[in-house]
Design a protein around this ligand. Structure first.
Ligand SMILES: Cc1cc2nc3c(=O)[nH]c(=O)nc-3n(C[C@H](O)[C@H](O)[C@H](O)COP(=O)(O)OP(=O)(O)OC[C@H]3O[C@@H](n4cnc5c(N)ncnc54)[C@H](O)[C@@H]3O)c2cc1C
Length: 574
């Protein structure tokens, strides 16, 4: 006799636990299955929520949206379990250099407004070296993850909703038209949600999910005489967990993906600590685990496109404490028959051939305004990078708007190469340039796949900006569209052309026939770029699946090499 529930959750880490609460909150009957291992990513995590992160001092992705949801959620579970595990913690970040301090000053009243302030209380100079100054993030937080998981597990167990064990995703799961059956566990359900963390890499149902897990090590320290409740950041973080006991971390390692603490990891943390902590300390604990991060640094959630009984919730990366409540709520709503998953986290993006299953465009996302806004953003990006005398490429001249801008920015002393297969496009571009009095542009009626061959070899690796607009010529023949194979060839060639510090912008239109396929292929190519060499971001005006999307790909300069990891979104020094 099988016990019937609504949802089975595989894994009781941050993802599975938070989803279990969200589903229970919607009145769904849930069972969680977990092997109850002592060391998991969630169990060793510091649980910090840090509003501003990375070398470039950027606001954490959607922080302002996620933070109130997280605060509200953890408070409710604290009340339900009568256990304390979440607290607001102010954070102080020490500057590592004068240029970082300057960057802070430039941004404090602009994009960091509301997130930062000058420290209300100075740091104790006997304990910390803060000679270059610091700023404070008053709305930081800390989830004591292990206590949250333990309290939740006890509650689930008391409510007959916790099963100890490990499931084999293939052998233990029988798919039925109306759900799943787990004969070995005596369970049947409408849905099975995989929340396996980094172990999800081996899940054959979701093997197209592109994981990029990162091992992290963390130390527990005894620091006699230190009285500091704020979290201190300087390359690593230091957080008080009890009296004179602190935790410090963490490291990032992408090759050796195991849970073994290493001498090198320990030394790295100690060395970074000594750079700002003036007190002696003793290492009393050392742990390691693997963060379940994805190649595009975003969580992944939603039903499998062909087997909707199977669902995934993973990829919380280094920001599980902040993101889990928001996305658990979103997924629970979907499973209860309401709402939808944001496209940028939807598991469908991992199934490019099914990408057209994403939500239909809204009026906004298919209209002119989003296109105009994204175009403007692309223009702003090249404006930041280009200087007089530079060389730039418009890989798809179209109506000549981008070509004209590039020519204006590089000035008479610079050079622009503009490509288009259609004569009509080059005629329009030529007219636009003539009207603007711009003469230093070479117009080439060639396929952009021939980019590398058409541009003098001595300029390879020296181009400051390359712009692409994929799709058809607005106002032209809509049957002439960019071809996926030629586009990929062109993008690969363009990557070879861009100089360190240079940028490539790629506007992708997905609404025309073949557009989705081309967009997915472009996405795959760019997402897989080596993050040590390239900084890749995407911007959507709306989250609709067929709306335009802007890719911004910046080639890192050599001076950034030592700091690449921290700048990547999955490395928030949390
Ligand atoms: C050193 C370190 C420091 C961190 N610091 C922070 C921080 O300060 N702030 C922050 O927000 N995040 C931090 N993180 C990241 C955070 O821990 C992750 O985002 C979070 O743990 C992900 O939770 P998860 O539930 O997806 O995965 P996990 O925690 O890995 O949980 C997955 C669960 O699924 C179980 N499982 C796997 N396979 C199966 C199976 N086949 N059957 C049954 N059960 C299975 C596992 O045993 C485990 O219990 C840190 C991580 C590390 C490693």
């Amino acid at each position: 006799m099988q016990r019937a529930v609504d949802d089975i959750i595989v894994g009781q880490g941050l993802a599975g636990t938070t989803l279990a609460w969200a589903l229970r909150g919607r009145g769904r009957r849930v069972v969680v299955i977990d092997p109850e291992e002592a060391v998991t990513s969630s169990r060793i995590a510091a649980g910090l929520i840090t509003p501003v992160t990375g070398q470039r001092l950027v606001p954490t992705w959607r922080q302002q949206e996620f933070w109130p949801v997280a605060c509200d959620f953890y408070r409710r579970v604290e009340a339900e379990t009568k256990t304390k595990f979440f607290e607001r913690r102010s954070m102080v970040r020490l500057f590592v250099s004068e240029s970082e301090r300057q960057r802070y000053c430039d941004r404090a009243d602009a994009e960091l407004a509301g997130l930062v302030r000058d420290p209300e209380q100075p740091l104790n100079a006997d304990c910390f070296d803060a000679s270059l100054g610091a700023f404070e993030m008053p709305d930081g937080g800390r989830l004591d993850v292990a206590t949250y998981l333990d309290a939740s597990r006890a509650w689930l167990r008391a409510n007959n909703a916790m099963v100890s064990g490990r499931i084999d995703p293939l052998r233990d799961v029988n798919l039925k038209d109306d759900g799943v059956v787990l004969p070995g566990f005596g369970l049947r359900a409408e849905r099975l949600v995989f929340c396996e963390g980094a172990a999800g890499r081996g899940n054959p149902w979701f093997d197209s999910v592109r994981f990029r897990p990162a091992k992290g090590e963390i130390l527990t320290l005894q620091i006699p005489g230190l009285e500091e409740d704020r979290v201190i950041h300087r390359g690593i973080w230091l957080v008080r967990v009890a009296d004179d006991r602190y935790m410090a971390g963490s490291t990032y390692e992408w090759e050796q993906l195991d849970c073994e603490p290493t001498p090198a990891g320990r030394e790295e943390i100690c060395e970074r600590l000594r750079a700002f902590l003036r007190l002696p300390f003793e290492v009393v604990g050392h742990m390691a685990a693997v963060r379940p991060a994805l190649a595009d640094f975003r969580p992944v959630l939603g039903p499998h496109p062909e087997h909707p009984q199977l669902v995934c919730f993973n990829g919380l990366g280094a920001k599980g404490s902040l993101q889990a409540p928001f996305f658990a709520r979103q997924l629970a709503a979907l499973l209860a028959g309401e709402g939808a998953i944001d496209d940028e986290v939807n598991v469908l993006r991992m199934f490019p051939e099914r990408a057209n299953g994403l939500k239909p465009p809204t009026a906004m996302s298919s209209g002119r305004e989003p296109r105009r806004q994204l175009t403007r953003q692309a223009h702003d990006i090249v404006r930041e990078v280009l200087a007089v005398g530079d060389v730039a490429v418009d890989a798809t001249a179209g109506n000549g708007h981008d070509t004209r801008l590039l020519a204006q920015l590089v000035g008479d002393g610079g050079k622009v190469f503009a490509f288009d297969v259609q004569e009509e496009a080059l005629v329009r571009t030529e007219k636009r340039l003539r009207e603007a009095g711009l003469t230093h542009v070479m117009l080439l009626q060639r396929d952009h796949a021939e980019l590398a061959a058409a541009i003098p070899v001595e300029l390879h690796g020296r181009i400051a900006a390359v712009m692409f607009n994929l799709g058809y010529l607005p106002g032209g023949d809509h049957s002439v569209v960019t071809r996926t194979d030629a586009t990929l060839q062109a993008l690969e060639a363009a990557l070879e052309l861009v100089r360190p510090g240079g940028v490539m912008t790629v506007m992708v239109y997905r609404g025309h026939p073949g557009g989705q396929e081309e967009a997915a292929a472009v996405e795959r190519l760019l997402v897989d770029l080596d993050p040590h060499r390239w900084d890749h971001r995407t911007v959507d005006n709306q989250s609709a699946g067929t709306g335009p999307r802007l890719h911004i790909v910046r080639r890192r300069s050599p001076s950034e090499a030592g700091h690449d990891a921290e700048d990547a979104q999955c490395v928030p020094w949390c």
